[in-house]
Design a protein around this ligand. Structure first.
Ligand SMILES: [Zn+2]
Length: 147
């Protein structure tokens, strides 16, 4: 499982997982010693707090995957910075998104070939819980027509 997590981001460590019915919930945490402030670029290693963040990722063997990350909030060490604290960010998911970039890519890929209703039904079976309206929103954001 750790190997699978490392493909998503080598900065992540596998903690534990629970598999039930069609869902697999994987808990992960960051292994970065130093986190860069997104506002001023200063490196920080001082943790302010940890909160849980949940998002969907690509399925494993037809099981929907939900990743639970112990997301760290760091202190910015730069007194000139506009922010005293900041959340650790990752390249595989945009800030505050609920789905990884690679999952969004897969959804868009499928939705470009079938209607959003059909895509939603197909994805629900083995990939991710996603509604037709969410698919439309993703398609609009990526400038395609929504059927
Ligand atoms: Zn800063």
């Amino acid at each position: 499982m750790d190997e699978f997590i490392k493909i998503l981001d080598p900065a992540l460590d596998y903690v534990e997982h629970i598999a039930r019915e069609q869902k697999c919930i994987i808990t992960v945490e960051s292994n970065r010693k130093i986190v860069t402030c997104p506002y001023c670029g200063t490196a920080s290693s001082r943790v302010h707090s940890v909160y849980k963040r949940e998002f969907q990722d690509l399925p494993i063997q037809d099981h929907q995957v939900v990743i639970l990350i112990k997301n760290r909030k760091m202190f910015c060490e730069n007194p000139e910075c506009s922010h005293q604290t900041f959340s650790e960010r990752f390249d595989f998911i945009t800030y505050k998104a609920r789905k990884t970039e690679r999952l969004i890519k897969k959804i868009l890929n499928l939705s470009s070939r079938v209607s959003s209703v059909a895509a939603s039904t197909m994805l629900k079976n083995d990939t991710a819980a996603i509604s037709k309206s969410t698919i439309c929103r993703l398609l609009k954001k990526n400038a395609s027509d929504c059927g």
